[in-house]
Design a protein around this ligand. Structure first.
Ligand code: NAD
Ligand code: UGA
Length: 441
């Protein structure tokens, strides 16, 4: 099938590349001409494991191409919209400027009988609006507007797209349903559930899924705080809770607060949608607030562990919002590092892939070229992102390089007993000691 993907960002590029890998003929279109030029030269603008190979293979096979011009979508049976839906600066709702512009451009070139598929995460009812835009500009064309939200995670995007837990398709007509089934036939043959729903249900599924996952993270972070107060190990608690199949163990890792391009923006957008609909979501409102507070609490935890940071050098390992991506959008480091600086610290950081984008967002930090040069002469080491490269550091070397053996591990990637035995002053998350409470009281 001929498919066009409008927007070649994280989701558009991964989806376009994977759909071409299924055997479809895909053109990825992006307004950013530099991005398209780079893609044509074989340069992938994001760090995503496995993406380079999938793109190269399909370009070589003649199934995947790139264009800055919407006219390249002419003749496509399905045109996906995968443009950004960022948070509006003033009130938290999703900004649909790019989606609406893409819909207008598509209306002018779309074929009669084609399907327009919304992959971007959009508020409930956006499909109706897109349908109206297209009907207004192209009244003689029959076009199905379908919702097909994307559930991939950055850092695991290729596997998530090719082996999803489910594919959700919100569709109001038989033509649209047929085309979508054809697009995802390779997955259906592999027993992936294709869930057909109304368009509005599908739009809501995406926000509800992200909010629920964010809530799991925010919940375990609060339980982690409680462990610190009453004694208990958050990793045992999370495992014991998560082994209940009704709950599930994934997304129960305590951390410095969730970040990324989606949980923060989508929880805010859902809050807004619900409030306007007169059905406010108190749980979501609370988790958003808890997550903001958490990031600040992490900064305070570091300051406390160091006995104040004024005039001290803090080595930070990991700046991206999670490992295996170079994405810095809403990363907890963007809250934590400026607080440390405001308290008088000099911050030296290392991130395996995030340094380039981090440099623009955190201009006042110094960058090291590896973990050991990062800790050299520092007064404390703080681990913010759990890149694999940080999981098995030569701890004797780290200790020797640090001016003071203080380690604040915001991802619990080291064992507390071992760190203490090695002579570190080690702070981690949710590992309250037996007797701590008694000692405090
Ligand atoms: P992104 O910012 O990485 O990419 C968006 C791209 O769209 C940009 O390259 C931009 O130049 C391009 N664009 C904007 N308007 C255009 C137009 N009219 N024509 C052609 N190109 C245009 O965004 P993203 O992270 O890929 O997210 C896209 C959507 O997918 C969002 O709604 C997001 O919530 C959703 N989503 C993202 C992820 C993720 O992991 N990043 C996962 C699931 C869903
Ligand atoms: C998330 C969802 O997992 C995807 O299903 C969804 O498609 C995507 O948002 C989206 O809509 O864009 P992503 O943001 O790439 O994916 O990353 P996650 O793995 O979900 O992590 C989000 C944040 O939560 C990160 O900051 C991560 O460190 C944090 N997290 C996650 C934890 O602190 N603990 C956990 O157990 C899991």
């Amino acid at each position: 099938m001929r498919i066009a993907m409008v927007g070649a960002g994280y989701v558009g590029l991964v989806s376009g590349a994977c759909l071409s890998d299924f055997g479809h003929e895909v053109v990825c279109i992006d307004k950013d001409a530099d991005k398209i030029e780079a893609l044509r030269r074989g340069q992938i603008p994001i760090f995503e494991p496995g993406l380079q190979e999938v793109v190269a293979n399909n370009v070589r096979a003649g199934r995947l191409s790139f264009s800055p011009d919407i006219k390249a979508a002419k003749g496509a049976k399905a045109i996906f919209i995968a443009v950004g839906t960022p948070t509006k600066a003033d009130d938290g709702q999703a900004d649909l400027t790019y989606v609406r512009a893409a819909a207008r451009e598509i209306a002018d070139i779309v074929n009669d009988g084609a399907v327009v598929v919304m992959k971007s995460t959009v508020p409930v009812g956006t499909g109706d609006e897109i349908e109206a835009i297209i009907a207004d500009r192209a009244p003689l064309k029959r076009v199905s507007v379908v919702s097909n939200p994307e559930f991939l995670r950055e850092g695991a995007a290729i596997d998530d797209f090719k082996q999803p837990d489910r594919v959700v398709i919100g569709v109001e007509d038989e033509d649209g349903r047929k085309v979508m089934r054809e697009i995802y036939r390779p997955l259906e043959l592999n027993q992936t559930a294709l869930l057909f729903t109304s368009r509005r249900s599908s739009e809501l599924i995406k926000y509800a899924a992200n909010a629920y996952l964010a809530m799991k993270v925010a919940f375990i972070n609060e339980i982690s705080d409680l462990c610190e107060q009453v004694g208990g190990d958050i990793q045992d608690v999370a495992r014991g809770v998560g082994l209940d199949n009704r709950i599930g163990y994934r997304f129960l890792n305590a951390g410095p607060g969730f970040g990324g391009s989606c949980f923060p923006k989508d929880t805010l957008a859902l809050m807004k949608i619900a409030k306007e609909a007169g059905a406010p979501l108190r749980l979501v409102e609370t988790l958003v607030e808890a997550n903001e507070n958490r990031k600040l609490a992490m900064a305070r935890k570091i300051v406390k562990a160091c006995g104040g940071v004024k005039g001290k050098t803090i080595a930070v390992l990991g700046l991206t919002f999670k490992p295996n991506t170079d994405d810095m959008r809403s990363a907890p480091s963007l809250t934590i590092v400026p607080v440390l600086q405001a308290e008088g610290a000099r911050v030296v950081a290392f991130d395996p892939e995030g340094a380039k984008s981090a440099k623009e967002l955190l201009p006042d930090i110094e960058f090291a070229d590896g973990p050991y040069s990062c800790v050299q002469g520092a007064d404390a080491l703080v681990i913010i992102t759990e890149w694999d490269a940080f999981r098995a550091l030569d701890l004797a070397r780290v200790k020797a390089a640090l001016r003071q053996p203080i380690v604040v591990d915001l991802r619990n990637i080291y064992r507390r007993e071992e760190m203490i035995a090695l002579g570190f002053h080690y702070e981690s998350l949710g590992r309250g000691r037996r007797g701590d409470k008694a000692r405090r009281s």
